[in-house]
Design a protein around this ligand. Structure first.
Ligand SMILES: [Mg+2]
Length: 341
C-alpha cells in the first residue's frame, strides 16, 4: 500500500501585461501548486482554475483539502486515481488535473523514466506553439509584435467590434501566420462568415470557437461554409460527444484544466483521431509547471498553444522549452522533466 500526502499552496502569478479576452481582463492569475509526497519522492503539479467553469483558487484548494491524501495498492494505475477523484466530487477539473499531473510526475520519478517515454509519445519535440495577444487597442499592437519576436506563430484574441482593425494593424507589421481565437465573440452566423472571409485573405490558419457554445445549428452551417479550420474550445470540456462536435468543428482544442487529467486528454485525442478531427492542445494562463504537462499532451497534437508561462513575469521552475523555430520540447528527465531554477 502506498500513501501519498497531498500538499497544496496558492500560486499567484503576476502577468507581464494586462490580459483581456471577450469575457474580461486580468493582471494576475491565482493558481494552485500541488505536491504529492511518497517514498521520499515529490511529484509536482499545478491547477489553473477557470471562472467560466465556476472554479476558483479557493474551490480548487477545497477539493484538494477534502481529498486529504491518496492511498492505493496500485500507484502506477492512474485510472484508479481518476476514478477516486470523480467519486470525491463532481467538477473541479483544474484541481483534478493538478493532482493527476503530480502523481504522474511521481510515477516517472519512481520509475526513473521521462513521461514522454513512459506514455510512448511520438518524440519529445512537438508542434510549434503560438504566442497569444490578448485584446488591446490596435495602436498597442506594435509593442506586442516586437515582444512576440522569438515566436513564429501568433494567436490573436478577437470578439470586439473592432476586430478588423486589430488584424489590419498587425498585418502592417508582420506576415506571421495567425491563429484567431474569438472566444464565442461572434454572435450571428452572418458576422462569423463575414469575419472568416476577411481573415481568409490575411494568412489566418485556424479559428478557435467563433460562436457561443450553445449555437450548435449555426456552427454546423459554419463548418460547411468555412474556408479556415474551426476548433472547438468552449464547446468542449471533455464530456461532450465527439461525434456531435465533429459536425460543428474541424478539430478540438484540448486543455488539461478542462479534461481534468493527462490520461483523459490522451484518450480523447485517440478517439477524436478516429473521427478525423484535428487536434490542438491549449492551456490556461498557467506557469511552466502546468504548461510542461500541457506540452507533454501536445506531443500528440497538430497545433500547440502552450504559451501561458511566457505571459508571466516569472516562473517557479524550468520545464518545457521553446526551440528557436518555435517547437515545444520537453526535457529528457524523469517524470514531467521539471527542474528547480
Ligand atoms: Mg480558446
Amino acid at each position: 500500500m502506498k500513501k501519498f500526502e497531498i500538499e497544496f499552496l496558492p500560486l499567484n502569478l503576476p502577468l507581464k501585461r494586462k490580459f483581456t479576452i471577450s469575457r474580461g481582463s486580468r493582471v494576475e492569475v491565482n493558481n494552485v501548486l500541488v505536491k504529492v509526497h511518497c517514498d521520499g519522492l515529490t511529484g509536482i503539479g499545478e491547477a489553473a482554475p477557470n471562472h467560466r467553469y465556476r472554479e476558483t483558487q479557493e474551490s480548487a484548494i477545497s477539493f484538494l483539502d477534502a481529498m486529504g491524501y491518496y492511498e492505493t495498492e496500485h500507484p502506477f494505475d492512474i485510472s484508479r486515481l481518476v476514478d477516486k477523484m470523480e467519486e470525491q466530487a463532481p467538477g473541479e477539473y483544474s484541481a483534478k488535473a493538478g493532482l493527476e499531473m503530480a502523481i504522474y510526475d511521481w510515477i516517472g520519478k519512481k520509475l526513473k523514466i521521462p513521461l514522454y517515454k513512459l506514455l510512448q509519445a511520438p518524440g519529445r519535440t512537438g508542434p510549434r506553439t503560438t504566442y497569444t495577444f490578448g485584446i488591446d487597442k490596435p495602436e498597442l499592437m506594435k509593442e506586442k509584435v516586437e515582444e512576440a519576436h522569438p515566436y513564429p506563430l501568433l494567436k490573436i484574441k478577437l470578439g470586439t467590434d473592432y476586430d478588423k482593425d486589430i488584424i489590419d494593424s498587425i498585418r502592417e507589421l508582420t506576415d506571421k501566420p495567425i491563429l484567431v481565437d474569438a472566444n464565442e465573440g461572434w454572435k450571428t452566423t452572418d458576422r462569423a462568415l463575414e469575419m472568416i472571409q476577411f481573415l481568409d485573405r490575411r494568412n489566418v490558419f485556424v479559428i478557435e470557437q467563433p460562436m457561443p457554445s450553445e449555437c450548435v445549428e449555426e456552427m454546423r452551417e459554419l463548418r460547411l461554409k468555412s474556408t479556415i479550420p474551426l476548433m472547438a474550445d468552449e464547446s468542449i470540456t471533455g464530456k461532450e460527444s465527439l461525434k456531435d462536435l465533429s459536425t460543428q468543428f474541424h478539430g478540438i482544442n484540448i486543455k488539461l484544466m478542462k479534461t481534468g487529467a493527462i490520461s483523459t486528454s490522451l484518450r480523447i485525442i485517440h478517439e477524436a483521431r478516429k473521427l478525423g478531427l484535428q487536434i490542438m492542445v491549449g492551456c490556461m494562463i498557467e506557469s511552466v509547471i502546468a504548461d510542461t504537462a500541457s506540452a507533454l499532451v501536445a506531443l500528440w497534437a497538430d497545433y500547440a498553444d502552450v504559451d501561458g508561462h511566457l505571459l508571466l513575469t516569472e516562473n517557479p521552475m524550468k520545464g518545457v522549452e521553446i526551440l528557436p523555430q518555435g517547437h515545444i520540447q520537453v526535457r529528457d528527465l524523469p517524470g514531467l522533466g521539471l527542474e528547480n531554477i
